[in-house]
Design a protein around this ligand. Structure first.
Ligand SMILES: Nc1nc2c(ncn2[C@@H]2O[C@H](COP(=O)(O)OP(=O)(O)OP(=O)(O)O)[C@@H](O)[C@H]2O)c(=O)[nH]1
Ligand SMILES: [Mg+2]
Length: 391
């Protein structure tokens, strides 16, 4: 009997001033997934839900790779790009039926750089901005880009750039606040993880993620706090909010004269694991360690949140495990206990590696992919490209 197709959808929102590298990042991310080696090295394929959009991104990528041509500026566009992740064929029909979801989708929201810098020209433009912003409120993770080129331009007085970057964004948020919060009611659904990401990090080869964090905290701790305060006015349960606690280095390619090397990248491969796993880990931890208002806890980890139990079930491969991991097996939808969700979110180190190896060996591509995402994040931390908040 055919059952309804369900997709686990993860949204990510990318904020950055005009020229900070958003379109190149998206094109580099997507283009690499279309290379022949990608499907050899991964247990899934990724494609754009809209073929035309996919071709355009792929074309951007090929333009860089083959003609050393960066994609044209897109400063006025606010767009959501939807990608589907299709797992390799699993021959075990029973397991496929038992999957808590059949597909994964990544929705990438590109926030136009221009909105950062200029006030809306009139009511129509303002309405467009409010709509654009509202569409990305479903994202759990937001990436806030700090432009490596601008840091270089302001070497020695980086705070001048950083203060204006954070200040402009804070102001643009404030100008949308009245219209976004109808009746002043704070939002339950809102990006709660704001990662500070250094784009074009290839221009600053000496800077690892710790140095980037130290620069941000050293120069603009106050402005980060102010941004956190403004963001916390938008959300219900602002204890469950991490602004400037996670850091990431990004480089979409190495830009040289006459050549753009798209194979030399930093952090781009972490975008998918971050979107898929970071909210899961964080929300479960918050629910455990913080006193959250009922509605907020429910939206983060309750039955209403499609992600958490489904993801935990899939990650653990719906297997019966010893110790505290007790899974209610067999039920379509991958019912798992609260403890199992907790364990799945905390899974790390050797236990994670052996779960991943086990899933690969039994060709459970869903569990293998999700555990691989967690391994990827751990490797990103080891390589000092990613720094996750300990909170
Ligand atoms: N060195 C280096 N340069 C980059 C990188 N990514 C982007 N650039 C440069 O930055 C320029 C602008 O990048 P875009 O991706 O178009 O910027 P954007 O954020 O989309 O800008 P708007 O569309 O105007 O909002 C590119 O043309 C490249 O020259 C990177 O990873 N490394
Ligand atoms: Mg752009």
């Amino acid at each position: 009997m055919a059952r309804k197709q369900t997709a686990l959808e993860q949204h990510i929102a990318v904020f950055g001033e005009s020229g900070s590298g958003k379109t190149v990042l998206l094109s580099s991310f997507y283009g690499a997934t279309q290379e022949p080696q990608y499907s050899r090295e991964h247990l899934y394929r990724l494609y754009a839900d809209d073929t035309g959009v996919g071709n355009r991104l792929h074309q951007n990528y090929l333009g860089m790779k083959q003609e050393a041509q960066a994609p044209p500026a897109t400063r006025f566009e606010s767009t959501a790009y939807s990608f589907s992740i299709k797992l390799k064929e699993d021959s075990n029909a029973k397991r496929v039926r038992g999957r808590p979801f059949d597909a994964m989708r990544l929705v990438w929201h590109d926030y136009p750089g221009e909105w950062f810098e200029q006030d809306a020209s009139g009511p129509a433009e303002q309405a467009r901005r409010v709509d654009g912003f509202r569409s990305l409120l479903g994202s759990d993770v937001a990436l806030f880009l700090v432009d490596g080129q601008r840091l270089l331009d302001y070497a020695g007085e980086e705070q001048r750039y950083l203060k204006s970057l954070l200040g402009n964004f804070r102001n643009s948020l404030l100008s949308l606040k009245g219209e976004l919060l109808r009746g002043g009611e704070p939002l339950i659904r809102f990006p709660r993880i704001w990662i500070m990401a250094l784009s074009k990090s290839d221009l600053l080869p000496e800077t690892d993620v710790y140095a980037f964090r130290d620069l941000m905290i050293g120069k603009v701790a106050e402005e980060i706090n102010e941004l956190r305060e403004v963001l916390s006015e938008f959300v219900a349960g602002s204890e469950a909010l991490a602004v400037g606690e996670d850091f990431l280095l990004l480089s979409s390619a190495k830009f040289e004269t006459g050549r753009i090397d798209v194979d030399t990248r930093v952090g781009v491969e972490l975008m998918l694991p971050l979107a898929a796993m970071l909210p899961f880990e964080r929300h479960v931890r918050w629910a455990r360690t913080k006193q959250l208002p009922g509605k907020v806890a429910e939206s983060l980890v309750g039955a209403g949140a499609i992600g958490v139990t489904a993801l935990a079930g899939a990650l653990l491969g719906n297997r019966r495990l010893p110790g505290p991991l007790r899974l209610v097996q067999g039920a379509v939808g991958g019912l798992v206990s609260k403890e199992a969700v907790d364990q799945a979110a905390r899974l790390a180190g050797d236990a994670l590696k052996s779960m991943n190896a086990g899933a690969q060996a039994r060709h459970d591509y869903l569990a293998a992919t999700l555990t691989q995402f967690k391994l990827d994040l751990a490797r990103g931390e080891q390589e000092r490209v990613l720094l996750r908040s300990p909170r």
